[in-house]
Write a protein of this length. Sequence first.
Length: 146
Amino acid sequence: MGLSVMAACHRKPAQEGDFKVSDVHIPVTADGMSKKDKDKMPVIKFERTTYDFGEVVQGEKLSYTFKFKNTGKSNLIIFSSEATCGCTTSTPPKAPIRPGESGEIKVTFDSQSQKGKVVKRILVGANTYPAETILTITANVTSSKN
């Protein structure tokens, strides 16, 4: 089901050869895969997995873009990017990321209903091993700038 939905969500159709059924691995079972098969999987390598907005005034909407590269040997497919609460949203790429290419996940944090030190996590699901990567944003939300 996720595969057909993913293919239907492309803003721009994938190029011929960009997306193959063999790109969709089942990372949960990767422990049982041979080293040769694991070596063929995509690898998502983030420049950083945490970002601190520092001190922010309650009500500000802030964004940060997490950059990554596919250092693996097959197309990288991000099938989910979910935040731990409704005050944080994320926008992953919809098209497959070819080996050696880069991509971005834009994260937006709305501090309106937050106060004090906050830590928000974004769970990124992909056809990698392990299948999930956690991105973290932090901020210190105050009622006014001092």
